[in-house]
Design a protein around this ligand. Structure first.
Ligand SMILES: NC(=O)c1ccc[n+]([C@@H]2O[C@H](COP(=O)([O-])OP(=O)(O)OC[C@H]3O[C@@H](n4cnc5c(N)ncnc54)[C@H](OP(=O)(O)O)[C@@H]3O)[C@@H](O)[C@H]2O)c1
Length: 292
């Protein structure tokens, strides 16, 4: 299988580059070698490689900055994925693309399924929603995985920030009114690779029967406050901690340019039933990640 990966330096992309080895030939790129804001270069590259599967882990992910750079976010999160899907469709290649729980407004009160109608609260969420619609609208072999609260130990993430604060502050205040599924980038990458391994010798035939939109995030859900408490409690280097207390706060206590949904957790049953695979429990994954 020939796989073309975009976003290889990102949290998820770096883990994908590692997890996909063994499935065949993996050609991986990132900005600035490939700039999603320049569609012509994207087309030339994909056509030149002629892959069986394209995996897009590149994205504009700065949720707050997107409020003041909507055009940049739109080019990278909406237009480029749509173009990628068109190019893949023309080549007969499959596309795996990732989206976000921020396509939802968080008002439902329980985890969202793929049948729930999205309603976005911020520019990032809207550009990702437009991107998934552009991809799925091409009618090619597209798998769109909506995920949530992605973290890795390699790049600055919620987990590395909480660990840093726990080593430098006696008191940490974390919002309690944002709830979703913490998702370890490595587990998400590995499940993507396992899915492709299951596709067997005729991957495109297998994938075309399962194309569509899926929710795919860490099992279970929690608030940012609950997540931070787990990080501090399970920290393998607890002796280095300076923190004495973690206090719950509210989103209004930390004004930010982008509004976040209150409960945007994803129900991943459709993915689990379709592929007989699931991501680990979010709390176990945090422990495993911190031990790496
Ligand atoms: N992070 C989360 O909490 C979260 C939550 C839900 C869904 N997701 C989705 O999950 C996927 C992976 O997210 P992630 O956290 O791994 O993202 P990430 O760490 O921010 O990685 C994104 C990658 O895209 C690259 N990129 C940025 N602008 C580009 C451009 N103009 N052309 C080409 N590449 C460009 C980035 O390069 P630079 O580093 O040089 O900018 C980076 O390597 C994305 O689709 C994201 O929307 C993420």
């Amino acid at each position: 299988m020939k796989i073309l990966l975009f976003g290889k330096h990102g949290q998820l992309g770096w883990e994908l580059h590692r997890s996909l080895q063994g499935l065949g030939q993996v050609l991986a790129f990132d900005y600035p070698e490939v700039d999603f804001r320049t569609p012509s270069s994207l087309k030339r590259l994909v056509e030149g490689v002629a892959p069986h599967v394209v995996i897009n882990a590149a994205a504009y992910t700065d949720v707050d900055k997107a409020e003041s750079e909507p055009e940049q976010a739109r080019l990278i999160n909406s237009d480029a994925p749509g173009l990628l899907a068109e190019i893949c469709h023309a080549l007969g290649a499959a596309l795996i693309h990732y989206s976000t729980d921020y396509v939802f407004d968080g008002q439902k009160g329980t985890p969202y399924t793929e049948d729930d109608i999205p309603r976005t609260l911020n520019v990032y969420g809207q550009t990702k929603l437009d991107g998934e619609r552009a991809v799925l609208g091409t009618g090619g072999i597209n798998l769109v995985f909506r995920t949530a609260w992605v973290y890795s130990m390699r790049r600055d993430s919620f987990v590395t920030k909480v660990l840093r604060w726990a080593r430098s502050q006696s008191e940490i205040r974390i919002v309690e009114d944002q709830v979703s599924n913490p998702t370890w980038a490595r587990a998400l990458a590995e499940i993507t690779a396992q899915l492709l391994a299951k596709a067997g010798p005729e991957p495109l035939l297998w994938l075309v029967e399962r194309a569509g939109l899926y929710h795919l995030a860490g099992r279970g859900f929690t608030s940012r406050f609950g997540w931070a408490k787990a990080i501090v409690e399970k920290d393998p280097n607890v002796a280095q901690q300076f923190v004495r207390v973690i206090l719950p706060a509210r989103s209004v206590d930390f004004p930010a340019p982008a509004t976040r949904p209150h409960l945007s957790a994803l129900d991943c049953s459709k993915f689990e039933q379709t592929f007989a695979l699931c991501l680990p429990d979010w709390e176990l994954a945090v422990c495993l990640a911190m031990e790496t």
